[in-house]
Design a protein around this ligand. Structure first.
Ligand SMILES: *[C@@H]1O[C@H](CO)[C@@H](O)[C@H](O)[C@H]1NC(C)=O
Ligand SMILES: *[C@@H]1O[C@H](CO)[C@@H](O)[C@H](O)[C@H]1NC(C)=O
Length: 368
């Protein structure tokens, strides 16, 4: 090989290296974001599954930028979208999306699946959904794929530096314990004991997340389950929140805060942050007008009393202005309500965010 030829090869190699470094992963950019849980945070995984739990027909997505259904259980953005916006990142893609590859993997991923719960027997009526243990397995596969892209060390840095959101528990009550007047779980457990059992299983799930590298995890409890339009339609005579599901969230959520506190103590670091979505939602349920809503009882999209029966479909009655409704469908907050929730996640006091809010987390993590 002549000297000039090998010099040419050397130049080409240099050029290639420069180009690789130009398109190199934006590891120093926005932190990655990972999402686990149920329909409150599913960005569209269930669109790829054969299941009854889906939001892939109009009017879902009517206020989304594309004005089309995406699989989100919202008229527009959901809670993870709004957190991504705060992080300065694009929304995470559903893990099952074929578009989730190459550099887009470095933004993070959304593993959530509508219908699931803490327990494996929650949501069996929806057939094929991604249960939480499977979501955690997918998180491992994701890390293997990212390792092939940027190496093991950078992958660990990306995962350790990421923000994580996990939302579980609501379905274990409404789609399991309370699903029919008599259920196996109801025969087996009192509400108190069932809640304790759920919390002990939730703790195992969080511990596994920690083992898989998560170091900043927002853990949400359930909303005020008795006050959602579905429960008002089925169990309330005069529009008062339904007593038993309401009691469930009042038992479950304080136990969750206690568990998060214990787990952080065992780990020796504030890895987990309890998000009190029940209190956040109670505020606008009790005082809808203060938050710009005309009602917190009637869903925007649905049918029957409180628009709370069945699911939201093209044939449902639909409100003209979604921003005036706290609930989009029988179970899920509207985009406007999600914005109020995320604002409290960012800057709420310890009554809402324990032991600290997201802006405090971001400030702390940018210093280390
Ligand atoms: C759910 O199923 C998985 C896989 O079979 C199992 O590892 C896990 O322990 C189960 N969880 C509960 C709460 O039974
Ligand atoms: C939450 O965030 C605000 C800033 O937005 C801060 O002033 C406040 O002290 C924080 N509260 C807690 C409990 O971290």
């Amino acid at each position: 090989m002549s000297a000039s030829k090998s010099f040419t090869i050397f130049l080409v190699v240099c050029l290639a290296m420069i180009m690789i470094s130009i398109v190199a992963p934006p590891v120093e950019g926005a932190r990655a974001f990972f999402v686990f849980g149920d329909s409150l945070v599913d960005n569209g995984n269930n669109n790829y599954l054969v299941t009854y739990a889906r939001a892939d027909s109009p009017p879902y997505g009517i206020d989304y930028p594309s004005h089309r259904p995406t699989g989100r259980f919202s008229n527009g953005y959901n809670i993870p979208d709004l957190i991504s916006q705060y992080l300065g990142a694009e929304s995470t893609l559903p893990y099952l999306s074929p578009e989730l590859r190459g550099q887009r993997l470095l933004v993070g991923a959304n593993f959530a699946s509508a219908g699931i719960g803490i327990l494996n027997d929650t949501g069996i009526q929806f057939a094929n959904i991604i249960r939480i243990f499977k979501q955690l397995e997918f998180f491992q596969v994701y890390q293997t794929r990212v390792t092939a892209l940027i190496g093991a060390e950078e992958t660990q840095r990306l995962v350790n530096g990421a923000l994580v959101l996990i939302t579980l528990g609501g379905n274990d009550f409404v789609n399991n314990y309370f699903y029919t007047p008599v259920t196996a779980r109801r025969l087996q457990y009192s509400l108190q004991d069932f809640s304790r059992y759920l919390i002990s299983e939730y703790k195992k799930i969080l511990t596994r997340l920690y083992e898989l590298g998560a170091r900043r995890v927002l853990v949400t409890g359930t909303g005020p389950l008795g006050c959602v339009p579905a429960e008002l339609a089925q169990r309330s005579l005069n529009g008062e929140c339904a007593v038993e599901p309401q009691r469930a969230s009042e038992i479950f959520n304080p136990l969750l805060v206690q568990m998060v506190r214990d787990l952080n103590q065992e780990i020796g670091s504030d890895v987990f942050v309890a998000v009190n979505t029940m209190q956040m939602q109670n505020n606008f349920i009790n005082n809808p007008q203060t938050y710009g809503f005309i009602t917190s009882k009637i869903a925007c999209c649905g049918q029957g009393p409180y628009n709370g029966l069945g699911i939201c479909t093209p044939a449902s009655s639909l409100c003209p202005n979604r921003d005036l409704y706290a609930f989009w469908d029988a179970f899920h907050p509207s985009e406007k309500a999600n914005k109020i929730i995320v604002k409290t996640i960012l800057s709420g006091s310890q009554n809402y965010m324990f032991p600290m809010n997201l802006s405090t987390i971001m400030a702390m993590d940018s210093r280390t």
